[in-house]
Design a binder for this molecule. Structure first.
Ligand code: KIV
Length: 276
């Protein structure tokens, strides 16, 4: 890891938690993508991506499952390790899979595996107020944490499908309260999935830490998409927020660079990618 850090391109200093806080404060949108292997990780890093997520979406786009539920800690460690070898600039976040953080002790053990074996610099976990003690425990051990709110794909069987969250006032109010509680517990980043624009904006305005959206509208601090959706590899019906950047690009790296610049100049997401 130290060798890898030394070899990073110092003309584009590596992104860290302070960089993300500064970007929020200065209003510079944070461009994030998923990656699952060394070759794509190099490509998204070279394209200027700020944060790379080894998401449990790998269960769907790499392993062919219908949901993220079957993904294990071993799976994330394996893919994260491959991605970590390629990154020179981007900050590496890795997902805590389903049931890998059901107690504070289990969460700590698995987060340590993602960081020590997988090279992750931050772990992401899905959950609302019920995860406050877990976030507090991880933060208390200096583990950077991203709290994932809104649509939580690991809860798909409980929710009854991949549905927009926070459309009802009470649900939106609860999500805002959860976001505040998670920030107070030590979350360094909040990720919001599939919520109406106004919920994205309200949570972004309420928090000091960066809020990254996927289907959360334009008024958040950054955007994230699944790489295979950006490259038009994923087949079948797409969620509204997806944009295939390969359609206007000659090569995969051009498509990733077009995504990064569209996030930075706020031309993505456009109204057709948003929920009301
Ligand atoms: O697993 C994943 O790729 C994610 C993103 C969709 C945010 O959580």
């Amino acid at each position: 890891m130290y060798k890898q850090l030394e070899e990073r391109d110092q003309t584009r200093p590596p992104v860290n938690v302070s960089t993300l806080m500064r970007m929020k404060a200065e209003g510079e949108p944070i461009a994030c993508l998923t990656a699952y292997d060394a070759s794509f990780a190099r490509l998204v890093d070279d394209a200027g991506t700020d944060v790379v997520l080894v998401g449990d979406s790998l269960g769907m786009v790499i392993q062919g499952h219908d949901t993220t539920v079957p993904v294990t800690v071993d799976d994330i460690v394996y893919h994260s390790r491959a991605v970590a070898r390629s990154l020179r600039h981007a900050f590496l976040m890795a997902d805590m899979p389903f049931m890998s953080f059901s107690s504070a002790q289990q969460a700590l053990e698995n987060a340590v595996r993602l960081m020590q074996e997988g090279g992750a610099m931050m772990v992401k976990l899905e959950g609302g107020a019920s995860q406050v003690n877990i976030v507090e425990h991880l933060a208390g051990h200096d583990i950077p944490v991203c709290a994932h709110l809104g649509l939580r794909p690991q809860s798909v069987h409980k929710i009854g499908g991949f549905k927009v969250q926070g459309r009802e006032n009470e649900q939106a109010r609860q999500m805002l309260a959860d976001a505040r509680a998670l920030e107070a517990a030590g979350a360094d980043v909040v990720l919001l999935e599939c919520v109406p624009n106004e919920v994205g904006k309200a949570i972004r305005d309420a928090l000091n830490v960066p809020v990254i959206g996927i289907g959360a509208g334009p008024d958040v601090d950054g955007q994230i998409l699944v790489l295979y959706d950006v490259l038009g590899i994923t087949q079948g019906p797409m969620p509204r927020f997806v944009k295939n950047f390969m359609l206007d690009s000659a090569t995969p790296i051009d498509a990733c660079a077009a995504y990064v610049s569209a996030v930075k100049d706020r031309s993505y997401p456009a109204p057709e990618h948003c929920f009301s």
